[in-house]
Design a protein around this ligand. Structure first.
Ligand SMILES: [Fe+2]
Length: 154
């Protein structure tokens, strides 16, 4: 799984943290795919679990500061995922972690960023400003169609 521009929520620091999470899951995917020792898999899950908790705390603080109305259900989703990671960390001491489980982590993260995270980000007033600075049409909701690579420029 790789970072794509469509994952951007318009807040550079949050995007950066999401990239770290994606990289961390990729490291895990590689550790499992290349059948590294269980200890390598276990420590990678540990790193992912810790970073995820820090990242969720940052997001929840931002939501709190901005008075985001859906903080409670969003934080509950975070809690479920964090618990799942903690359980996985513990399981990795006893059983092999499957590629299927890693696909679940990737799907969850992608879905969460594209729905819940984009929703809170769009609630923050400053985000429109950041987006507008990059693409002024975003601020007025009138985004022109992108030209394709070979399109005429006149
Ligand atoms: Fe989130």
């Amino acid at each position: 799984m790789e970072w794509k521009e469509e994952f951007s929520v318009g807040i550079p620091e949050i995007d950066k943290q999401h990239r770290v999470l994606i990289d961390c899951i990729s490291d895990l995917e590689q550790a499992v795919g290349t059948q590294q020792r269980w200890s390598a898999v276990h420590s990678t899950i540990g790193r992912l679990t810790q970073y995820t908790q820090v990242h969720f705390a940052v997001e929840e603080s931002l939501m709190q500061i901005h008075g985001y109305p859906d903080l409670a259900p969003h934080a509950a989703e975070h809690q479920r995922f964090a618990s799942r990671l903690e359980a996985l960390h513990e399981e990795s001491l006893r059983v092999e972690i499957s590629a299927h489980m890693i696909a679940f982590l990737q799907d969850w993260l992608q879905h969460h960023v594209m729905t819940g995270d984009k929703d809170y980000a769009s609630f923050f007033p400053g985000v429109v400003v950041v987006k507008a600075a990059l693409d002024p049409s975003a601020a007025i909701g009138n985004k022109p169609k992108k030209r394709s690579a070979g399109a005429r420029q006149d």
